[in-house]
Design a protein around this ligand. Structure first.
Ligand code: 5AD
Ligand code: SF4
Length: 471
């Protein structure tokens, strides 16, 4: 994508930009002031926000969840579908009013949206009250941008990826579960997807650095880590050292952190070695998110997904056969341009054959600059909505069916916090990532406990802590 509004480089080293000088800046300039952050989108953004929080706290800010009390507001945005944009622009309307009441309010927009040329231009022309606009490649610069804040709007977005940074001062949302980036960006260029443009080409972290971070997390008492990347099983393909995801996963497992999981996997890169490692280690959770996107081989080809319906089903069956009790979830897009009823029925057919534990389902959203957005589409939105509805009905039926299989069983549950269900309940996850609301376990937050499952809904289970009575 050509981004004329977006700068090309600062200091280039090996064709990458070096923003290093801006890392972990510390100052008490904003001591006593408050920040409000809102995060849109995927886990990658959630983790980026932990980095942003670290940057803000290094400048002296403290977090508030009360927008009216904030001295600085940061929106960490997502560009994956149009509705993600709409939410941000809706919120910006509210911020405009707030700024009238408090002209000193600093408004920052970062993340994936500003990486799009049209958005960067729009912010410049129509939203001059936004003080700082930054991209995914220069998050680490946010501290210096705030300190050097100018009278007029600052847009600092780069089209070229930055280096892979180590030792950032994250402020993590949880003391129990932690995200660990293993790679940034994506090289797959699925034809509908904006990620390779907003997050750049794949850059893996060195294995030694990842292992060091996991070791530190274990020492701090973290119970679960999630290895993060747009396509984790392509890990290492861009590195000089000969390392792949299976090797990394095995080395992480040997560090004995109680629970390890990873997101997201691309079926094309899923190797037998990975399956063997997951099956071999008890602390690797038997849970895999394996995006299908479509069940029609014709549409998969148009999507550039590199596998057919049959190849997906074969992989799915192989995983189920080798990893005991594994749960598999997926992502599905309905209404890719010119998807026919027959194509859609192929998707339903895969869903019926695989019987996923759960799925995130989306209506295709054309993204500017992607190859699929240039295809003229003859299918109406109404038809797409109907397909989504039909798909969700089936998906939810299977989720409920799988969840009901847990009733009466005793499961190990990592308790992560109080439950939204109230009634003094806590909640946590099974090894297979089923959400469980648990009664009589208020003092067990942060622990893995045995829970007897008593009832099941489509999206959660209920259970009671198993109390062993000593004779
Ligand atoms: N339209 C709809 N859904 C999309 N996704 C990615 N790009 C688009 C798009 N243009 C979905 C895919 C991906 C998930 C994170 O978002 O299913 O796996
Ligand atoms: Fe997007 Fe495809 Fe990369 Fe996933 S694998 S981030 S869908 S380009």
């Amino acid at each position: 994508m050509n981004l004329p509004n977006i700068k090309d480089a600062r200091i280039r080293t090996n064709n990458k930009i070096n923003y290093m000088e801006a890392k972990n800046i510390k100052s008490d300039e904003f001591k006593g002031k408050k920040y409000f952050i809102r995060t849109y989108g995927c886990q990658m953004n959630v983790h980026d926000s932990e980095e942003i929080k670290g940057i803000l706290e290094n400048l002296g800010f403290n977090e508030t969840d009360n927008l009216e009390q904030a001295d600085i507001v940061v929106l960490n945005t997502c560009a994956i579908r149009e509705n993600a944009h709409d939410k941000v622009f809706g919120f910006l309307g509210r911020l405009k009013h707030l700024k009238k009441e408090n002209p000193n309010l600093i408004i920052c927009i970062g993340g994936c949206m500003p990486q799009e040329e049209s958005v960067a231009n729009l912010l410049k022309e129509k939203y001059p009250f936004v003080n700082i606009v930054f991209g995914t490649h220069n998050i680490s610069e946010l501290g210096s941008l705030i300190l050097e804040q100018k009278e007029k709007q600052q847009i600092e977005v780069y089209s070229i990826e930055g280096n892979v940074y180590e030792h950032m001062d994250y402020v993590r949302d949880s003391k129990i579960t932690a995200w660990v980036n293993i790679m940034y960006g994506c090289d797959k260029f699925c034809t509908y997807c904006i990620v390779p443009f907003t997050r750049g080409r794949q850059r893996s972290r060195k294995m030694a650095n990842i292992l060091e971070e996991v070791k530190e997390l274990k020492e701090k008492g973290y119970m679960e880590i999630t290895l993060l990347g747009q396509n984790v099983n392509a890990y290492g393909k861009d590195l000089e050292e000969e390392v792949d995801f299976a090797t990394l996963l095995e080395n992480v497992a040997k560090l004995n952190i109680p629970r390890i999981r990873f997101v997201t996997s691309h079926p094309w890169d899923f190797t037998d070695e990975m399956i063997n490692v997951i099956a071999k280690y008890d602390n690797i959770m038997p849970y895999i998110h394996l995006p299908l996107q479509s069940g029609s081989s014709k549409i998969l080809k148009l999507m550039g997904r590199r596998y057919t319906k049959e190849e997906y089903i074969n992989l799915y069956n192989k995983i189920k056969e080798h990893i005991k009790g594994v749960s598999i979830t997926t992502d599905i897009i309905v209404g890719f341009p010119n998807e026919t009823e027959e194509d859609f029925e192929e998707t339903l057919d895969v869903v019926k054959k695989c019987q996923f534990d759960g799925a995130f389902t989306f209506i295709y959203s054309p993204r500017e600059g992607t190859p699929a957005s240039k295809i003229k589409d003859s299918i109406s939105l109404k038809e797409k909505e109907e397909r989504l509805y039909r798909l969700n009905e089936i998906i939810n039926d299977y989720s409920l069916k799988h969840n009901k299989e847990y009733i009466g069983k005793t499961e190990e549950v990592l308790i992560i916090g109080t439950s939204e269900k109230g009634e003094n309940k806590v909640c946590g996850y099974t090894k297979t990532m089923k959400l469980v609301n648990v009664s009589n376990a208020q003092s067990d937050i942060g622990k893995i406990i045995d829970v007897k499952i008593t009832s099941a809904k489509s999206f959660s289970l209920d259970g009671e802590k198993v109390v062993f009575i000593k004779n």
